[in-house]
Design a protein around this ligand. Structure first.
Ligand code: GTP
Ligand code: MG
Length: 427
């Protein structure tokens, strides 16, 4: 089932920027050059195995009229994301007027649709400057909120902070169908021996593996795979003090919108994300009998998550660990692209084909195959994409707010353990 999300708000509030930051992993420099959206743009994305359509309704004056009473726009909608520019005080009233007219025109057709209100452009370090404006616009939007059938989740966002990831992550998890499609029953072919023939006393490390050879840095390393997100910290542009505008000074009502996520909320999101990844890993093993194990290693060659095929032999993870310990993992990871047969991330140990891919700046995904089938590579790439999705929106361990990547990995391990899939360090 497809989940449809509508982004709506005046022109220039940052709808497209927010979308591109989360889904396209664009950095703030690229986001500064966005062109106004002409009319309605639609984008489709598969996030943690759920399909989403994002409808980005360009907010230019010339387009707005077309949204009033437009039932096509809101057909089968799962969520409406109202985006407001807190820095643009002169357009507060226009914002409220537009939402008012539009909501009234479609209010009867959005029962059960989830609502999100994003106070955007609350840039890091500028919270103090926008405080008064924020209080004002929050007050003006009160009637809009009450007009909305159902609860509206309110949050402060900025393309210069992690808040964008947090709210989209929450939203997409909220909209995700409860249970993933039932995993296919394991189909183990008994004629081919499922257990590896090597009780790894001396772990065999293949000689001709690119990993055991000295690492040479190639000059023409054109990266095909999208870069893994490490957001360059770009300072938000200077902001003209909104308190110096001619806005009537009102006593700001106490508003209860925090920049950082509540702990309980963060816990819920971490658990949901881990639950989803657990489903994905379990289904990947069940659907691919040729997969012996799936593992995630840290940059220090620590086995963070190890999930084993039913009847599989966890010993193979030892061999891999020993192989990984022999190389400069940091450098090796920087050379890895998408998984492919014969590629940099493909090694053979005994009868096993092992595929490595960097899924975050600190995480190496490892899939051990005892048989290569038609869709093997495609299925590994898909698994890695989901791991990357979850890890790239979760802050690295150095970062402050909410939960961290290590918490997510620990949660994932726990869940796999509960399902009898997890293996620990077996050396
Ligand atoms: N300072 C700051 N600027 C932002 C933020 N979000 C978006 N912008 C900038 O605001 C400008 C307009 O952003 P868009 O994403 O094009 O706005 P939009 O809502 O899609 O506009 P329309 O397509 O015309 O409806 C861009 O230059 C963005 O870089 C933010 O959080 N902080
Ligand atoms: Mg736009």
């Amino acid at each position: 089932m497809m989940q449809k999300i509508l982004l709506i708000g005046l022109d220039g509030v940052g709808k497209t920027a927010l979308y591109q930051k989360f889904f396209l992993k664009k950095d703030p420099v690229q986001l500064q050059k966005i062109q106004p959206t002409r009319g309605i743009a639609k984008y489709e994305h598969d996030f943690l195995r759920t399909d989403y359509t994002i409808i980005d309704a360009g907010g230019g004056k010339e387009f707005r009229q077309g949204y009033i009473g437009n039932t096509e726009l809101i057909k089968d909608l799962s969520a409406i994301v109202f985006v407001v520019d807190v820095q643009n005080t002169p357009k507060y009233q226009e914002t409220v007027n537009f939402f008012n007219v539009w909501l009234k025109s479609i209010a009867n057709s959005i029962k059960g649709v989830k609502g999100y209100l994003l106070y955007n452009k609350v840039d890091p370090g500028k919270e103090g400057q926008v405080k008064q404006g924020l209080a004002h616009i929050a007050q003006l939007l009160g009637p809009i909120e009450s007009m909305f059938p159902g609860e509206m989740v309110k949050t402060l966002t900025s393309i210069y902070s992690d808040s964008t990831n947090q709210i989209f992550q929450r939203m997409l998890l909220d909209l995700m169908p409860k249970r993933m499609s039932v995993p296919v029953e394991p189909r183990r072919i008994e004629s081919t021996p499922a257990t590896p023939t090597t009780p790894a006393v001396t772990p065999p490390v293949v000689k001709e593996s690119p990993m055991t050879q000295p690492i040479r840095i190639e000059k023409n390393t054109t990266k095909v795979s999208p870069p893994i997100t490490t957001q360059p910290s770009v300072a938000p542009p200077k902001l003209t003090d909104p308190t110096k505008t001619s806005e009537t000074t009102i006593t700001p009502p106490a508003i209860d919108i925090s920049t950082t996520m509540e702990k309980a909320e963060a816990d819920r999101i971490r658990e949901k994300t881990a639950e989803r990844l657990t489903d994905i890993i379990e289904a990947t093993l069940n659907n691919n009998p040729g997969f012996e194990a799936i593992a995630v290693y840290s940059e220090n060659v620590e086995l963070l998550v190890g999930a084993i095929q039913q009847g599989g032999n966890p010993q193979i993870l030892n061999s891999i660990e020993l192989t990984l310990r022999k190389i400069n993992l940091d450098e090796y990871m920087s050379r890895l692209g998408k998984v492919r047969v014969g590629g940099e991330g493909h090694i053979k140990i005994d009868t096993f084909d092992i595929f490595f891919e960097k899924v975050s700046p600190e995480h190496l995904s490892t899939v051990i195959c005892s048989a290569l089938e038609e869709d093997t590579i495609k299925n590994i790439q898909q698994l890695n994409r989901y791991l990357n999705q979850a890890l790239s929106i979760t802050p690295a361990d150095g970062d402050e707010d909410t939960f961290k990547r290590s918490d997510l990995m620990a949660e994932l391990k726990l869940r796999l353990q509960n399902r009898g899939k997890s293996v620990d360090h077996v050396g």
